[in-house]
Design a protein. Sequence first.
Length: 446
Amino acid sequence: MLTDLIDLPRRTASLALAALLGSTVSVPAGAASQASDAPGGVRLQMLLRDGRWIDGQVDRIGIDRFSLTRASTATDPAAGEIKSDEVVACLVGPDAYRSMAFLTQMSAGTLVFGDGQLLPGTLRPDLRQPRWEHRWIGAVPIKTDLISELRLVATRRAPARPDSDSVLLQNGDVVFGFIESIGEEVLLEPSGGEAETDQASSKPSTVQGGADAAPEASALRRIQLDRVAAIAFAALEQPRAADALLWTADGTIVRAKSVAFDSESGWRFFLADPNLAPQGDPKPFTGAVARPTAFLFDREAMTPLVSCGAPEYRPTESSYRYSTRPETRIEPAEQSLLGLGSVEFDGPVHAVFRLPTALAGAEVAFTAEIALAEPAPTDARVSVTLRLGEAAVETLVLDSGTRRRSVRLGCRVEGDARLQIVVEDGGNGIGGDRIVVHRACFVRQR
């Protein structure tokens, strides 16, 4: 009895973990679940084209409109219906700031496509054509011309290069060249004139034909697959897909089409990538098989702040910085839904972000939620000033009464446009002057 009581928390934790990650049984590609989602509306946080975020309960998503029964405020004009082409992206559920890092770390491996799709799973090299086993898509053939990364250990990444593939070994060494095949061994042709980091990892391949074998075949290297942590493939120019991107609860990112929801049957969507979808008549996936957590409907319209890279710093005018910690800490885009990584600032700080050149000449709206970094002192009082371009400026004060505020600035991106964020003392000293910027992005206006 005592043993059973001791083991009860362990069994409970195991059941909770299994419920979070879902069944490990593979579902054939395109197979629809027989069970339907629980009836009722779903809470969405929707990014509109004018830069507003609308928080509401949605009863139905159709081809041309979203039907809401409740918005964040009673006077919000979005309550009722929103045209589908006005919604740039949406987050599913109330917890919009959860990180994907723990899902990535718990996955056995990750297959990353050049178009932004990401499939947690396991490599099956013991087949005539290697395949990637995904929990609900099934077996996906490995096509190296479509893949940007293959991470056998999900938390490790090989360095990407435009002129060659790279193989990161378990011991940290890197081998550069061109991948010929992937199986129980990785067959690689070293790039011309490139010295290998791991000289002992590769040996000349044994090619049938002996002395009559082609001379170039003897230069190939064989690396045992169990020694490989990750592979990055040379970047190939690929047309940008116009399909929506969908994030699911198990860390998967796929291109989706015909996304629909209603309060009776729940979520339905189709895979848009023909390399993942079955041939012939594809069938929809349901929320019972793959629970959506976010959608990006227009990939051209939204540019996350974290894509600007690390900011430049300027001296602050009002106070001196004593802390030796970095002024900013940026959450990686791949570990956040929609790529909207959070940015944390320790004040006083004056950070300057250079806008991507892709936004040059465009009318944009910068939108974000600014919040006190928790836990915050009870007497915290922080002043935050945001300047986009030359004219768009907003200053706000955060304290125990107002712990978070939404901001929206608009401008035309001209020349070397920049976004400036200044965090300063709000009137009671700099102690505890820390903020977090959530959901920060630039939305291109029509």
